[in-house]
Design a protein around this ligand. Sequence first.
Ligand SMILES: Nc1ncnc2c1ncn2[C@@H]1O[C@H](COP(=O)(O)OP(=O)(O)OP(=O)(O)O)[C@@H](O)[C@H]1O
Ligand SMILES: [Mg+2]
Length: 150
Amino acid sequence: MKNSIEIITASPEETIKLGEKIGSRLRGGDCVAFKGGLGAGKTTITRGISIGMGLGDEVTSPTFALVNEYRGKGTSLCHFDMYRITSYADLETTGFYDYMDEDAVLAVEWSENIESALPENPVVIEIQRIDENTRKFIIAGDERFDDIGN
Ligand SMILES: Nc1ncnc2c1ncn2[C@@H]1O[C@H](COP(=O)(O)OP(=O)(O)OP(=O)(O)O)[C@@H](O)[C@H]1O
Ligand SMILES: [Mg+2]
């Protein structure tokens, strides 16, 4: 049984800080699989991940593009929105499989929709909306994040 940890944030800013800590610990080839409904905070935490990876804070929702890429000197971040992806053919059009072969970090919103296509050992981050400004993040599948709430 793999560990899972729970962290509560009380504002988008706190969520970005959490994302920064996660981003600073990610490596090329990692896949972060987000679960959680509309407005949960998937894009917000991805903004923090980008900052933590040294790729800046200009992260926007990949709703229309399906994938946004953030590149810098080191590892790139590929940010997907799988909300409208319902088949393998759809998934192929996002270039997901090509990105999987790169040494990038993949951050996947609506990973529920492509569960069986995810790479092995994703970092699964489930987000629960507690109330307007409170979110619970449950991070499973990776010992690297065990002390992230400290
Ligand atoms: N603690 C919190 N953490 C993150 N976002 C919060 C928090 N409290 C309130 N919010 C608000 O919730 C919304 C989160 O939006 P965001 O785009 O990150 O969600 P999402 O999960 O990516 O949604 P979608 O499925 O539509 O892409 C923002 O409007 C943000 O201001
Ligand atoms: Mg989003």
